[in-house]
Design a protein around this ligand. Structure first.
Ligand code: UD1
Ligand code: CA
Length: 462
């Protein structure tokens, strides 16, 4: 696919408006960092923009600029600071010098709170703008409920203006249509530049509106195109918690559908939440309710039972993750068994056929091939050799109150129930640790170590 949908004489850039506060979310978090399936809204917009304009995508930041800027920088976008934030038109004015300096002829402007605007939709819109030779084009929608979105006013089918819902006056503008502005624009820089200084903040919001460019352009007889995309609720901007959940639900359903079509078995699909970057091989199975996020990868034949949550975790072929398990940045090898009620924290590595059973917690710990910790254990900062058995209640005492220490256990060892292994510690291959021992010193290979007081049976006093 060509990187620019426009022919050679056109130089297209993208500008994402993401400096606003998002007052209607009533949250301290900048709105564009609210999440859909655990990924910030802005990331979806950035991905679409960067796909179209890889080296020419700018993001206007302001409210929460540090945090928002990190998300942008992590994906390779460029930043423009808008301070203070005086509206979408003001954001465009602030960005303008960078756009002209880059030698753009056209800019695609995207609201940062419109995450489900897909690359294909944008390509079709850009193609339509070009075909119409538009100076200013925008995507419009005709949802069932026009809510608080900007209203498109047309006369004989031609765009007259975009009027914000709060400024809409029936006496002045006539009966409202259901056509609204989606917040995606394609501007020809040479045509729009002379209009920028005419933006005024004499509206109810006391802000400079990018949408006022529409009637300014019509007034000077430029070509203005409202490219209607019909009733597409998933393309609506997100301003309220209800709108956020509505969009998340659209995305969730689309992702589930994609996996089902690819041959992943998803049971109770209405209760399964899968992030956009999760990979599931055909023949993997997930039973809801379940959540899979981040860069999780589940191979064929693996089974994720209900009530599990996996983030950035790899699950190998034929592995079983039983109910109520929480896995984060973990690696589960082929044919392993995890849970029920297991917790695998970052750095947990289970090699093939290893088990981490009920109420077992692992952190920065490798369980070698076929090693088993089937019940009630905490294994942190440990390296456990192949075939070793960890008895119920075993604890690696890895923290001395100041520092963390390592426990190394060889292959084929047998750690008796309720052992406390005080790190740093090395336990050799084939060694047996007696149940209830508190082990504070290294144990060589093929030894039997018991560290507990001897049982004494005496006559009971009468
Ligand atoms: C905007 C449109 C409206 C449209 C709707 C679609 C305007 C005036 N109105 O309304 O016609 O129907 O989007 O979703 O543009 N932002 C900045 N700097 C600012 C203010 C906002 O960068 O000073 C950013 C926000 O972070 C947001 C985007 O611009 O991502 C849109 O701003 P928002 O306040 O959400 O506009 P709406 O009222 O939704
Ligand atoms: Ca908005």
């Amino acid at each position: 696919m060509p990187s620019s949908p426009f022919p050679g004489q056109v130089s297209l850039g993208a500008l994402i408006l993401a400096a606003g506060k998002g007052t209607r979310m009533r949250s301290d978090r900048p709105k564009v960092l609210q999440t859909l399936l655990e990924e910030p809204l802005l990331r979806y917009v950035l991905d679409a923009a960067l796909a179209l304009c890889p080296d020419k995508t700018w993001t206007v930041v302001g409210h929460g600029a540090d945090l928002v800027g990190q998300t942008v920088a992590a994906r390779g976008g460029r930043l423009i600071l808008q301070e203070p934030q005086q509206g979408t038109g003001h954001a465009l004015q602030v960005a303008w010098p960078a756009l002209t300096k880059a030698g753009l002829t056209h800019v695609l402007v995207l609201n940062g709170d419109t995450p489900l605007m897909r690359e294909e939709t944008l390509r079709a819109f850009l193609a339509a703008s070009l075909a119409a030779d538009a100076d200013l084009a925008f995507i419009s929608l005709t949802p069932k409920d026009p809510a608080a979105y900007g209203r498109v006013i047309r006369t004989k089918g031609l765009v007259e203006a975009i009027v914000e819902a709060r400024d809409y006056d029936e006496a002045l503008h006539g009966p409202p249509s259901r056509e609204i502005n989606a917040g995606v624009y394609c501007l020809r820089l040479a045509s729009v530049a002379p209009l920028l200084s005419s933006l005024k903040d004499g509206n109810r919001g006391r802000e400079f509106y990018i949408t006022d460019l529409a009637h300014l352009a019509v007034f000077v007889k430029l070509t203005v195109l409202g490219h209607n995309h019909g009733d597409c609720p998933e393309l609506l901007g997100i301003n309220t918690p209800q709108e956020l959940i509505r969009s998340e639900e659209f995305l969730r359903e689309a992702i589930i559908r994609r996996h089902l079509e690819a041959g992943v078995l998803i049971r109770s699909p209405q209760t399964v939440r899968i992030g956009p970057d999760v990979e599931l091989e055909p023949g993997a199975s997930v039973t809801g309710p379940a959540e899979l996020y981040g860069r999780t990868f589940v191979r064929r034949g693996a089974r994720i039972s209900s009530h599990c949550r996996l983030t950035d975790t790899r699950v190998g072929e034929g592995a079983s993750v039983h109910s109520f398990s929480l896995l984060q940045e973990a690696e589960v090898g082929a044919n392993c068994v995890v849970g029920p009620y297991a917790r695998l924290r970052p750095g947990a590595i289970l090699e093939e056929e290893a088990h981490a059973g009920n109420f077992v917690e692992l952190k920065k710990t490798r369980l070698g091939r076929g090693a088993k910790a089937n019940h009630l254990a905490y294994l942190g900062d440990a390296d456990i050799g192949a075939g070793t058995n960890i008895g119920a209640g075993t604890i690696t005492c890895n923290y001395d109150g100041t520092d963390k220490h390592q426990t190394v256990i060889g292959r084929g060892a047998f750690i008796g129930s309720n052992a406390s292994l005080v790190a740093p510690l090395t336990i050799g291959d084939g060694t047996v640790i007696g149940a209830g021992s508190v082990i504070t010193e290294d144990v060589p290979a093929a030894a039997l170590a018991i560290a507990r007081s001897r049982q004494r049976n005496t006559a009971r006093k009468k």
